[in-house]
Design a binder for this molecule. Structure first.
Ligand SMILES: Cc1ncc(COP(=O)(O)O)c(C=O)c1O
Length: 404
């Protein structure tokens, strides 16, 4: 443990248990991520709270219009999570029982849970160890007569190759639901993710590059799909005139509040600045980790992409073969040094629900190895170069001290 990180062990809390964070330390705890909400947004939220209209209303409409502008004029609808946007896209595409959807085992479990939710079957395809995204080379061999869609994920904001994806989907008549939860602000060959393609799903969870606290957005192809999305968003209801109401599909309760939309409206103008800062910090990580000494420790770095990715996360893969301690111990040592880290993610097919559906260890060996060893380091716009130095110093010290 770094002497600079703290000087005393955690004092017990009032219930006698150890507190989560060290109490006395020279440097404050550095979390893995932290949203950046400006005062103007806080004032704007207070205005909404005073306005008398709290749930979906004018702020939702305004936010959708701004998102649509960002997405090159495509229809965009907002929801109370990123998860439900994918479920709704699947429903609009009429994907359900008897159908298969190809996806990656390395994602937040929401990605494949939504496939199960609509009654279809996820078909996992192993990842590319370099990009950590679905391996496009392997997709075609997973396509069967039941396949209806591909649901790729831009892990950490690094875009899946949209040209190849489109080529495969067109050739096999498949829909694409881009899980772009993490890639808002990323580009593909100079074009904004969301401004082209089929369905595109974004999340605005607080750890994302912009937030609405909880929330998400779905980019659609046309007004027919947008109307359907609105129905699935709120109980399937269609209103006409002053008193007309019809229910045409079984919808849910997925609408975003105006309070949340106001947060999003305050975040959107900062997207560019946030992502520029994230990119700078990612460069700082590379400056310190892409060196012969650091490389000798066997750490795997993400692709050094400074053109396209929004650097939603900075993830390393620990050198399992050369390390005498497990990832959890590395995380505990970093935590003790005042540094928060995260795991994004355990392999989906290894969760109990998925094992009960027939998947087992060894099915996707590349994803399994990466998922066992992947570690998300702190990265958020308010961080400094000194913070990056501190993280790298502590991490390399731990790796060197526990080399096999
Ligand atoms: C890759 C991925 N997919 C889906 C989601 C789901 O988004 P939400 O948490 O907004 O429902 C997330 C968010 O955590 C995510 O990171």
């Amino acid at each position: 443990m770094s002497a600079a990180a703290r000087t005393e062990p955690n004092p017990p809390s009032s219930d006698g248990r150890a507190t989560a964070e060290p109490a006395e330390r020279v440097l404050p705890f550095l979390p893995m991520t932290r949203p950046a909400i400006d005062e103007e947004t806080i004032v704007g939220v207070a205005d909404v709270l005073r306005s008398g209209w709290l749930t979906s209303g004018p702020k939702v409409k305004e936010f959708e219009a701004k998102l649509s502008e960002y997405c090159g004029g495509r229809p965009v609808r907002v929801f109370n999570s990123g998860t439900c946007t994918m479920e709704i896209a699947l429903r609009i595409a009429e994907i359900g029982p008897g159908h298969e959807v190809i996806t990656t085992p390395l994602s937040w479990v929401a990605t494949s849970n939504v496939i199960l939710e609509v009654g279809a079957r996820p078909v996992f395809v192993d990842i590319d160890p370099v990009t950590r995204n679905i391996d496009l080379e392997r997709i075609e061999s997973a396509i069967t007569p039941e396949t209806r869609a591909i649901l790729p994920v831009d892990l950490a904001g690094l875009p899946v190759d949209r040209d190849r994806l489109r080529g495969i989907a067109t050739q096999h008549h498949l829909r694409i639901i881009e899980d772009a939860a993490q890639s808002f602000g990323s580009l593909w060959r100079g074009r904004r993710i969301g401004s082209f393609g089929d369905f595109v799903s974004f999340s605005f969870h607080p750890n994302k590059n912009i937030t609405t606290i909880e929330g998400g957005a779905l980019v659609l192809n046309d007004e027919r799909e947008a109307k359907l999305a609105e129905q699935y968003r709120l109980q399937g209801v269609v209103r006409t005139g002053f008193d007309g109401m019809e229910v045409e599909v079984v919808g849910g309760k997925f609408n975003l509040t105006d309070v949340a939309a106001r947060v999003g409206l305050g975040q959107l103008p900062h997207l560019q600045e946030f992502n520029t800062k994230r990119r700078e910090l990612a460069r700082n990580y590379f400056d310190l980790l892409d060196t012969p000494d650091a490389r000798a420790l066997g750490l795997e770095l993400p692709p050094a992409d400074f053109e396209q990715t929004n650097w939603h996360m900075f993830q390393v893969v620990l050198p399992e073969e050369r390390l005498a301690i497990k990832r959890a111990e590395v995380m505990a040592l970093l935590h003790a040094a005042g540094i928060g880290t995260g795991v994004h993610y355990p392999a989906i097919h290894r969760f109990a629900v998925y094992q009960r559906l027939g998947w087992k260890e060894g099915d996707f060996p590349i994803a399994e190895r990466v998922c066992r060893n992947i570690l998300t380091l702190p990265l958020f716009p308010a961080m400094t170069r000194a913070d990056v130095n501190r993280v790298v110093h502590e991490l390399l010290t731990i790796l060197a001290a526990h080399r096999k």
